[in-house]
Design a protein around this ligand. Structure first.
Ligand SMILES: *Cc1c(COP(=O)(O)O)cnc(C)c1O
Length: 486
């Protein structure tokens, strides 16, 4: 009871609903003195049963500040969610995106009044072409999966233009889950193929299934196990020899920037996730951006309108007769583009390369330090993320879920768990390049302690978390009947 009177449990502050806090007659804000005659409000317009809580300013400020402390984010601590790149993004990029001339540019402004935003989009497309090695880019797709769909539509349009309609597409078991969905949405039938015992694709496996009714392959590279597809060049040759195209899911480009030229390894089309690699956090429920990057073959089919340059000015053009058309109401999520532009300009080519080198270094550091403590299904140099499983702990009846929940008691957001599906009980760690070594060491230490606890006191894992606002929830009930009242 006393803890309720203080309104807190330790430093985890409780917070009732605003309606429970409100007391008639309090207010948080005094509007300026009226300088027009008083008029009564038509009750038919507003109704007479409005139920707004009356609150003082301090109650209002504390309400939202307390709620904000219940959330864990990249500004709070390490967030090693694999396949998501939840990295700390420089705040300066938010500042540029909030500049009034950019943030308030209306999408229906005529081009001569929107030269700044148009130039920014034009230049961003050029930078992304350079980063990937591709020939042209459209920043229109609004998310990663939307970029995939754009890529599928481009492949379809290209094959149609050559009178070579096809019905299938090859999708490895290490592809991201959105890949088969995007292909199916475009009407292609996904043909699943298995990776080899190294966790990557063998050229022979692809040669066995690639035929003249197959539009091509959709390969995630680095794949969802965090491994580089070493045979990608030969695989591309096999696909091209049969008239197909190679799609690369490049959402993980943050492992390869300045290091791998996608065009050179045979990629025809790929998408990026600006809301992972280029300074917008993924998973925040906010807008995303999934630019689609193509080689020469696919340029005529890119979505319209395209930003074009005429001498010193920029314009929007629909004059591309072979285009797959429009994918968005307007031109994509401009705020995300501004952040990506600002990120690329502030880091420069050497800085971007360093981002990838550090992302790969950090993941390999964790992999090397934790291997043996946790089982590593594919013991090879990884890219920006590494994947363990719970097979060592299973012998003690401890599972990935218990380990993930216990990590919260040590102050870490859990990594991605039970994904990718090819690794049962997967624990997928992506530290990102922005985490300093001290934090990686604390994370490694916590993971090692948890492995010890699994041996000595598994109960503490089974009932974790112990220090969070809510304890172990029934996963199904929490999802189906969420209690949102705190
Ligand atoms: C995140 C991700 C996607 C999907 O991106 P969304 O923006 O969530 O649609 C696709 N592929 C890979 C490899 C990813 O990591």
């Amino acid at each position: 009871m006393s803890e309720m009177i203080l309104g807190s449990r330790g430093l985890v502050l409780n917070e009732p609903l605003l309606w429970e806090k409100g007391r008639k007659g309090r207010n948080a804000f005094s509007p300026p003195r009226r300088d027009v005659p008083e008029a009564s409000v038509d009750p038919d317009l507003v109704g007479d049963d409005l139920d707004f809580p009356d609150l003082s300013e301090v109650e209002l400020v504390r309400h939202y500040t307390r709620l904000s402390t219940w959330n864990f984010g990249v500004d709070t601590g390490m967030y090693p969610l694999g396949s998501c790149t939840m990295k700390y993004n420089p705040k300066t990029n938010e500042r540029q995106a909030a500049l009034p001339g950019l943030a308030k540019a209306h999408p229906l402004l005529p081009p001569h009044l929107a030269q700044g935003p148009l130039e920014l989009m034009y230049r961003l497309e050029q930078y992304l072409a350079e980063v990937t090695g591709m020939d042209a880019v459209s920043v229109q797709p609004a998310a990663g999966a939307h970029g995939e769909l754009a890529g599928m539509l481009l492949m379809y349009a290209y094959l149609k233009s050559r009178n070579s309609q096809r019905s299938k597409i090859i999708i490895p078991d290490t592809a991201h889950g959105t890949n088969p969905a995007s292909a199916a949405l475009c009407g292609y039938r996904p043909v699943p193929v298995a990776s080899n015992d190294q966790g990557i694709l063998s050229t022979e496996t692809i040669a066995d299934v690639m035929d003249e009714d197959t539009a091509g392959i959709m390969v995630t590279n680095p794949n969802t196990i965090g491994l580089f597809e070493d045979n990608i060049k030969e695989i591309s040759d096999v696909v091209h020899d049969k008239g197909g195209l190679v799609y690369c899911d490049g959402a993980n480009m943050n492992a390869l920037m300045g290091i791998v030229d996608m065009n050179e390894i045979g990629i025809d089309v790929l998408h990026l996730n600006l809301h992972k690699s280029f300074s917008t956090p993924h998973g925040g429920g906010g807008p995303g951006s999934g630019p689609v990057c193509v080689n020469e073959k696919l340029v005529p089919f890119l979505p319209v309108p395209r930003v074009v340059r005429n001498g010193d000015s920029y314009d929007l053009s629909e004059d591309f007769p072979d285009s797959i058309g429009k994918l968005d109401t307007f031109y994509g999520h401009f705020g995300v583009m501004v952040k990506a532009y600002s990120y690329i300009r502030s880091l420069g080519p050497d800085g971007l390369k360093k981002v990838s080198q550090l992302a790969v270094l950090n993941a390999n550091y964790i992999k090397e330090k934790l291997k043996g403590t946790y089982h590593l299904p594919f013991d090879r140099t990884c890219m920006h993320e590494c994947v363990f499983d719970d097979s060592i702990q299973n012998e003690l009846k401890v599972t990935t879920l218990d380990i993930a929940k216990r990590l919260m008691d040590y102050g870490f957001h859990p990594p991605t768990v039970y994904f990718p599906l090819v690794i049962p009980g997967a624990i997928m760690v992506e530290p990102t390049e922005t985490e300093p070594k001290e934090n990686l060491d604390l994370f490694i230490d916590a993971m090692k302690r948890i492995a010890e606890e699994a041996k000595e006191n598994p109960e503490i894992l089974k009932s974790a978390p112990h220090k969070s606002k809510v304890r172990r929830l029934d996963e199904t009930t929490a999802a189906r009947k969420p209690c949102l009242a705190g």
